[in-house]
Design a binder for this molecule. Structure first.
Ligand code: ATP
Length: 326
């Protein structure tokens, strides 16, 4: 068995790289309840995983630190990918640190992230990085944690991380982390419009609280997801889904970024079945009749100067794509 080089000038050490991917998400229904004492809002959300994947390569390295870098890709790049923090604030680093603590592994680790989900775009890109990292570290360190144990760790990292692990379609209660898988044979096709700016999730929630206070409205505890949403997902009926899409955060996102109203109008003008701000925005998701329609919509939006792409849903959750030793 090869031994690791520990001193300079020795043979190059063999290193193992596990690569995992996890999807971004849309919320096809998002009901926001009152602000809780812990600073979160109670929500009822219908999540849908879309075919835009983050990839994380986890490589064992000498030493005991965790480092992270952004992979330069030649694919159409995500706006502001370079604004992703490359320190302990990075959700992937936090996920690896948590796995290392729980499994008591020596940490020498490098993470390389391929970004495809817009940063601060309301599509859970950082959460997808965290989910992919949990899976990659589990494989790299042979921790053998169950999916359930991984889901517990995911919930410690953030409200959207458990869904990035699970994928498919699901109802999320609590702060969005208490998941029940939903039946959604799909496929549903979307054109996404990526913004050239980000919106901070806590800022959008605060804006919603202010809007509600100004109207003297006290929100009720959300009592689940509209059954018509779940029925439309079950039947894969894009027209039916278009009629019932809901995002309580949308007025707050539009208040902070009024130009998103123009994007939504553009969707209507170009024949989208419906357009909706994704999560806390600013990404706008436009529902199409089928794949051809989604591509046509994305092309027209691109011609009009938007950064747009066609995606489908639902797709699988976090999974390992390769495991190499060199
Ligand atoms: P949310 O899941 O809250 O909807 P989002 O999808 O809007 O989040 P993310 O890109 O996941 O946005 O992250 C929001 C912020 O978190 C970023 O502005 C960035 O500062 C920080 N961040 C931490 N780790 C990451 C990461 N791996 N990728 C992107 N942003 C990260």
């Amino acid at each position: 068995t090869p031994s690791r080089a520990t001193s300079e000038g020795g043979p190059p050490s063999r290193s193992r790289t596990v690569r995992a991917k996890a999807p971004g998400k849309l919320n096809v229904s998002f009901s926001v309840g009152p602000l809780r004492e812990d600073g979160y809002h109670s929500v009822a959300s219908a999540y849908l995983a879309v075919s835009l994947y983050e990839e994380v390569s986890a490589t064992s390295v000498d030493g005991d630190g965790i480092t992270v870098s952004l992979r330069a890709t030649d694919a159409p790049s995500v706006p502001f990918a370079e604004s992703m923090p490359l320190d302990e604030r990075n959700l992937a680093v936090r996920a690896a640190r948590l796995m290392a603590d729980v499994t008591e592994k020596p940490t020498g680790l490098h993470l390389e992230i391929t970004k495809r989900v817009p940063v601060a775009g309301g599509m859970g890109g950082g959460s997808a990085d965290a989910a992919a990292t949990l899976l990659a570290c589990d494989a790299l360190w042979g921790s053998g944690l169950s999916r359930e144990e991984l889901a517990h760790l995911a919930a410690e990292l953030g409200a959207d991380v458990p869904f990035a692990l699970l994928g498919g379609a699901a109802v999320g209660l609590g702060i969005g982390d208490e998941l029940t898988p939903a039946l959604a044979p799909g496929p549903l096709h979307w054109a996404l419009v990526l913004a050239d700016f980000g919106l901070s999730t806590p800022t959008v929630f605060s804006a919603l609280d202010r809007l509600r206070a100004a109207r003297g409205k006290t929100p009720e505890e959300p009592d689940g997801v509209d059954p018509r949403i779940l029925q439309a997902l079950r039947s894969g009926d894009a027209e039916a889904l278009a009629a019932v899409l809901r995002n309580d955060l949308q007025p707050a996102a539009l208040k902070l970024a009024p130009q998103l109203a123009d994007v939504i109008d553009q969707g209507a003008e170009y024949g989208a079945l419906a357009s909706l701000v994704s999560g806390s925005g600013p990404t706008v998701a436009m529902l199409a009749r089928d794949e051809e329609h989604a591509i046509e919509l994305a092309d027209r939006l691109a011609e009009a100067g938007q950064n747009s792409l066609a995606v489908h849903s639902p797709v699988h959750g976090a999974k390992i794509v390769s495991d190499l030793t060199r």
